[in-house]
Design a protein around this ligand. Structure first.
Ligand SMILES: Cc1cc2nc3c(=O)[nH]c(=O)nc-3n(C[C@H](O)[C@H](O)[C@H](O)COP(=O)(O)OP(=O)(O)OC[C@H]3O[C@@H](n4cnc5c(N)ncnc54)[C@H](O)[C@@H]3O)c2cc1C
Length: 512
């Protein structure tokens, strides 16, 4: 007996943030006939948690951008509210601590543009105005990007209304920051967010840097009940609205006839007809093995995936420690610590698996969610984000030793930076690598960050090329591999964009 109907308007592959947001956006516009197929036994993809010995451990999220406080929501927070997704958002207490023992820097940068400029000035006196001017430029560029990304406009209007955006659009983050003539120590305090987009500052478009800075320095949030709270609430609402979600159902094939999607086949062998597919699976996998028959894949689609450089993936050590955060040496939520802040050096280091990682992001969840663990315990994750290529050559028999070595080096390095040894208080430990991510969600080569932002592959360029990247009618992509790129809040945007494309195609078909 099949638990499917013979035909659906839309099949969504993957019940993670992007796929569920796409479904909700379609439902908001009246599309009800939706089937979501998820290969795992629960929603969320990497936006999830797991339980070890009674401790509920966050698997991914450090901070959500674009949420905003209840009375002043930003774009993603506003959308969750509008859709009736009731999440208990808790503010992250600060943006980050920069811990650079070699430079004598140990300072916390708080949200609020003036406040963060004062925080930098306290360490590097005389820099307040320049830092403030830089973050205000980031803010103006971000506001322009929000308009330009959804409103087609003439060159004249763009020059007139968005002059700062036009000025910086072709330059890297390093090039623009250099024009502010800041001392290196101040620059080092302002670069850590580069790792969340995974491109060294010399190759990171300033626009992306600006977006991260302006968004995160307005303050970020996390759901009280881990990132899985978002996934569960989205699933609940999407089902309430009438979509069918089936778990443990991997989609193996997408049927295409005469350049147009006609349906899908699951691993179980169910064949389901549909008019549109929104894929959480990477284009690389879809175009090389999922389209049936493969002769329907246009050569341009293969050229496209071959031409895209993959982004980074976290190596993450998740720990529960006996003792309070203070006893374990944790004084704040999010710490970026390093032997260096030279992002070229850090980037090159990430390409090998032999030397310890010199730069780490460490989150102590207790500081945002005090009751995330029983009293007297500490919830910590230590993470680095690296290109995935080196992991592809690791032999199966060497993998577990490698994983243990990386985890132990990362713990040692953080202790070296932070000064408090907690190793004899480890109650639980779990380690994830690009291979874990590949295994769990099927991300192409373990890359959870989609395609890398770079000066050659610029979001602005991709946004304007978007229409040209549609190679098969009725097939859209929603996930970190889509146009907005990586991150949990961006997946809401990617899902909504995919839904919009389907809605446009539906309207075109109906001659509206
Ligand atoms: C350790 C870590 C820390 C992170 N920290 C942050 C952070 O602080 N802030 C932030 O914004 N982002 C963070 N991220 C990144 C963010 O989590 C991801 O970019 C984002 O969640 C990716 O979402 P997605 O929808 O693209 O993909 P996924 O979560 O990978 O979802 C894809 C879904 O599709 C399913 N699927 C795939 N193929 C098939 C198929 N053939 N059939 C059926 N189902 C299929 C998968 O099982 C999965 O559920 C972090 C990630 C990690 C791993």
């Amino acid at each position: 007996m099949s638990f499917y109907k013979k035909h659906y308007d839309v099949v969504i592959i993957g019940a993670a943030l992007a796929g569920l947001s796409a479904a909700l956006q379609l439902q908001a516009k009246g599309v009800k006939d939706i089937l979501i197929l998820e290969k795992n036994n629960m929603p969320g993809g990497v936006a999830t948690d797991f339980v070890r010995n009674g401790f509920e451990i966050e698997a991914s999220l450090h901070e959500m951008m674009s949420i905003g406080p209840k009375d002043n929501r930003m774009v993603v927070g506003e959308w969750f509210d509008e859709m009736g997704i009731d999440i208990d958002w808790l503010p992250v207490p600060e943006c980050y601590r920069v811990l650079l023992p070699n430079e004598g820097v140990n300072a916390i940068l708080h949200d609020g543009f003036e406040r963060m400029a004062r925080d930098v000035d306290a360490v590097v006196p005389g820099t307040y105005q320049k830092v403030y001017d830089l973050i205000m430029l980031c803010d103006r560029v971000t506001r322009s990007m929000d308009v330009i990304s959804v409103t087609p406009m003439s060159k004249v209007k763009m020059l007139k209304d968005h002059p700062d955006f036009v000025k910086v659009a072709g330059y890297s983050a390093s090039e623009v920051i250099k024009t502010f003539d800041l001392p290196q120590k101040a620059i080092d305090m302002l670069v850590p967010y580069w790792i969340y987009v995974g491109a060294p500052m010399d190759d990171l478009p300033f626009t992306i840097y600006a977006y991260c800075m302006a968004d995160y320095f307005r303050g970020s949030f996390i759901p009280r009940h881990r990132s899985h709270e978002m996934s569960m609430r989205l699933q609940q609402k999407v089902e309430e609205n009438g979509a069918q979600i089936e778990f443990r159902q991997e989609v193996e094939k997408i049927f295409v006839k005469n350049g147009k999607v006609t349906g899908v086949r699951t691993h179980r062998g169910d064949e389901i007809a549909c008019d549109y597919v929104i894929s959480g699976a990477y284009p690389n996998r879809v175009y090389t093995s999922m389209i049936e028959p493969l002769s329907e894949v246009p050569p341009e689609a293969i050229k496209f995936v071959n031409g895209m450089e993959l982004g980074v993936c976290p190596v993450s050590v998740m720990l529960i420690l006996a003792g309070t955060p203070e006893e374990n040496g944790f004084v704040n939520y999010n710490t970026f610590s390093g032997d260096t802040m030279d992002t070229n050096v850090i980037w090159e280091n990430g390409k090998n698996l032999t030397e310890p990682y010199p730069f780490l992001t460490t989150v102590c969840l207790n500081y945002a969610v005090p009751d995330c663990v029983p009293e007297g315990y500490t919830h910590v994750s230590i993470t680095n984000l690296v290109p995935t290529d080196p992991f592809l050559d690791v032999k199966e028999e060497d993998y577990y030793d490698l994983k243990r070595r990386l985890a132990s080096e990362m713990i040692e390095k953080f202790i070296e930076h932070n000064g408090v040894d907690f190793r004899d208080r480890i109650a639980e430990i779990e380690v994830s690598t690009p291979m874990t991510i590949n295994h769990y969600v099927g991300a192409w080569k373990g890359t959870i960050y989609g395609y890398r932002h770079s000066m050659k592959n610029h979001l602005i360029g991709r946004r304007t090329m978007d229409a040209n990247e549609h190679y098969i009618k009725g097939l859209e992509f929603a996930g970190a591999h889509a146009v907005v790129g990586d991150g949990q809040a961006p997946q809401v945007k990617n899902g909504r964009l995919a839904a919009k494309a389907v809605l446009n195609a539906m309207a075109e078909k109906e001659g509206k």
